[in-house]
Design a binder for this molecule. Sequence first.
Ligand code: AMP
Length: 192
Amino acid sequence: MHVIFVGPPGVGKGTQAHRLVGELEVVHLSTGEILRAAMDEQSPLGVEAKQYVEQGKLVPDHLIVDMIGERLNRPDCEVGWLLDGFPRNVSQARALDAMLAEQGRRIDLVLALTAPVEELKKRLLKRAEIEGRADDNPTTIAQRLVVYEQQTAPVLDYYRRQSLLQEVDGLGSPDAVFDRIRRAMDADRQQG
Ligand code: AMP
């Protein structure tokens, strides 16, 4: 199974993605997590990405597309994958389509988690206190929400037009949200 998980920062995407990969038994590919690991290791990618991540901006497409392209070609991806945090704009979505066409694979489903912007801000500020992520400060949070609206929201339309999109309400407890995700997946299977 090949699933894409989209959602604004703070919607609980990471938490739900971890649960879902456990259930689907696919590989979890989070571009944010890969970038944070690269930054910790100070690899060339990490060094280059750091300035963008710390400003809440998107890392340039060519870096991300090369990184994910290399990752998708590894043998462990043969069991299927869940992409978390990629694609973040329409040009990344097109690049992914081209890579998948080459591999003879296709996307089964795009899950989009949604929540009102005020709730997202509240959650991100709380996470900042707990996790101490360098990009969870008020200025960067505002910037990441703008980037989501301007660049990532159009990705939803891109997949809606291909009838791949299922939207899921991200409000409520993690268990409640996960139940909705399960139902969205069942609904999709019945439609498909
Ligand atoms: P995330 O953990 O998904 O919220 O990502 C954290 C940060 O990593 C983002 O604010 C971006 O700076 C960067 N990032 C993650 N995924 C991508 C992507 N697909 N394209 C560009 N930048 C990304």
